[in-house]
Design a protein around this ligand. Sequence first.
Ligand SMILES: [Zn+2]
Length: 309
Amino acid sequence: MHSGFFSEQAVAVPGGTVRYRQDSLFGFACRISPEREKRTPVQSFIPASASFKCPFCHENIMEQTPSFSDGKKLFIGESVTFPNLYPFSGSHIVTVITRLHNPAEMSVRQIKDALTGQYEALMRCDGYPSINWNNLPSSGASMVHPHMQGISDQTPAYAGRIFIEKSREFMMRYGCCYWDGLREAEARSERYISGDEILWCASPVPIGEKEIRGYLPFSSLPDFDSYIPEISAGLKKIIDYYRSCGHFAFNATIRFDRQDNDGSFRSFVSVIARINPNELSVSDSAFMERLHFEPVCMTLPEKIPLMFK
Ligand SMILES: [Zn+2]
């Protein structure tokens, strides 16, 4: 079970075992306590909203969403791509995946078209891009209507910065790519799920429930295009697996290095299940908090003392 890529300390506690795991290079840590599943049994939940209409619905999307500076939106298949009305990134792009507000299923084709929309829009942006997906309000999505969000900034968000910086240090120190060795070890491990060129594996040090990673054979966005069909098929399999476990909400991210890179970092897909379905509120933990480790806040701290008065 162990490899040099992570460490584990198992501690016996009343009723079970807590496994403390830490990623060796990046330092991310987690605690795995299988017994806690008894405490929070998984409840399936799909919002009942068949007749509900939102700004992302087909009949509203042209009027109620913004357009790019050329006055246009991007249409790929049934997906529609446009800038975020409430951005928290220098470039913040939304892709609505489906015409239906709350489809029972999403097809590989729909995911592929949406990823292509994100790819085409993000290719026009500078910086460190990522493609992200909060699915359902309990994952932090403000809209039930399925959508992806691309962001790109001059500095990657916290987790991405660690992945990229440590990968560069590793390459400089050992003269080889960290991700080649990791892929080799994970392909032989009991966490391997499927794939070869794109390697799908359960993450040894999960940063969320049932985290699955898809290790990609490239570093930056220009190479993403030709792998979109296979990545879409992989995402669909993960979504189906989560649903079979009762998880309909999830967060996903695909991280990329900037275009002029040294090849030391490799892109990867990361998907986590969300386990507390809630019909009445939108979770305040979404992809930024859960997968990028960089919280998005609304209130300027300097304003808070004034609000006390
Ligand atoms: Zn809608």
